[in-house]
Design a protein around this ligand. Structure first.
Ligand SMILES: Nc1nc2c(ncn2[C@@H]2O[C@H](COP(=O)(O)OP(=O)(O)O)[C@@H](O)[C@H]2O)c(=O)[nH]1
Ligand SMILES: [Mg+2]
Length: 375
């Protein structure tokens, strides 16, 4: 594993800053770094805060950070504002607003402007979220302006999405983009000190259905504790503790004809986050690793029909392709299996992230291809 990845995983702050820049600018080396650290992601609570410019997202974020820090939680913040140039006012505003946390090593803040590449921000944001997660941040907050498709995409990275609306801003429910209303898990009426908060609440309730509608006055720090409670209550996945010792499931590999089509289900409908997308040339496969805590799901799309996954699809169709177990001592496990007559399909070799792995033939395992990975 590269030194930068190791330093990031150790929690070195300067390495984290350097890695962030690499990923944000999508420099060479960014993909390799993400591959090295991806297996360590999936434990953070990823929180999305979205809403119109000036709604008070950064102010809210500031208070959320303070309360989380008081509990001893570490925080990473990604502030995305596609509407402003790199040196623009909104980003500067975020910096100033969250400045009180800048001396705190438990808070890492990155402000990002648009890179001009369609999908570029979403990709960089996903990478940064994985980075901060892998670096051990307990909570990762993504602040975005809630307009347009790429912001909806970014909001999908979050496990819990907070939509911030304000009274009397032409921010009527009718005018809101359907996509934005759909992705919200919690509605926050901020600036509840201004007139029109009651009317906005009345309009929002039928749209929100079962989802909570809360009121805050972020500039006064009011309503934040309730918001954090709601956020925890609606969190979609529990923090899974890795099993202490012995073999455990690392991931389930599913063969699919098209990653994009499969992600419609896994990402858009089921709400899972893609921790890593990569092409593994030696296996002729495109991979999307879904962040699920531990274990994960790996979607596998062949890059050409004449490949392991291509032939599997041809013969069996889409479906479970393999189960991967992490074992404490791979070489010892391989020796043991060989002695017992199991069919090992390859000599241990290094895969994504540099971990050694072997495949065991389905004939030895009860019909499912088994991958063993060095923990
Ligand atoms: N009256 C009032 N002003 C607020 C409240 N929350 C934030 N503001 C102000 O709204 C402005 C925009 O806030 P900011 O957090 O930068 O919004 P963002 O663009 O959504 O991140 C700032 O001047 C804040 O002080 C609130 O609850 N009430
Ligand atoms: Mg802001």
């Amino acid at each position: 594993m590269a030194e930068l990845a190791e330093d990031v995983l150790r929690g070195d702050l300067r390495a984290l800053a350097r890695a962030s820049t690499l990923i944000e600018n999508q420099e060479p080396g960014a993909d390799g770094l993400l591959r090295d650290i991806a297996a360590h992601a999936g434990r953070a609570l990823v929180l999305g805060i979205t809403g119109a410019p000036g709604a008070g997202k950064s102010t809210l974020c500031d208070h959320i950070i303070s309360l989380l820090r008081a509990e001893g939680k570490t925080v990473g913040v990604i502030a995305v504002d596609p509407s402003s140039p790199v040196t623009g006012g909104a980003i500067l505003g975020d910096r100033i607003r969250m400045q009180q946390h800048h001396a705190d090593p438990g808070v890492f803040i990155r402000s990002m402007a648009t890179r001009g590449i369609p999908g570029g921000i979403a990709r960089a944001t996903a990478g940064l979220a994985t980075l901060l997660d892998a670096a051990g941040r307990d909570v990762v907050i993504i602040e975005t302006v809630g307009v347009g498709q790429s912001e909806v995409e970014i909001a999908r990275l979050a496990q819990v999405t907070i939509l911030v609306v304000v009274p009397g801003f032409g921010d009527d429910v009718q005018a809101m983009k359907a996509g934005v209303l759909e992705i919200a898990d919690i509605f926050v009426i901020n600036k509840a000190d201004l007139p029109g908060a009651d009317k906005l609440a009345q309009e929002l309730h039928p749209v929100a259905g079962d989802r909570p509608v809360l009121r805050t006055v972020a500039s006064e720090g009011q309503g934040i504790a309730d918001l954090i409670e709601a956020m925890r209550a609606c969190r979609r996945e529990a923090h899974l503790q890795p099993a202490a010792v012995g073999p455990r499931i690392d991931h389930l590999g599913i063969a699919v004809r098209s990653l994009d089509h499969a992600l419609e289900f896994y990402q858009a409908q089921l709400g899972l986050r893609v921790a890593l997308r990569e092409t593994v040339a030696q296996e002729k496969v495109n991979v999307a690793m879904l962040a699920l805590g531990d274990p994960r799901i790996e979607l596998l799309e062949p890059t050409e029909p004449d490949s392991v996954i291509g032939r599997f699809l041809e013969k069996r169709g889409e479906g479970l392709h393999h189960i991967a177990l992490k074992v404490p001592d791979l070489l010892a496990a391989v020796d043991r299996l060989r002695l017992a007559g199991a069919r090992i399909l390859n000599e241990p070799r290094a895969g994504a992230g540099g971990h050694l792995y072997v495949f065991v033939h389905p004939a030895s395992t009860g019909g499912v291809l088994l991958e063993l990975i060095q923990a």
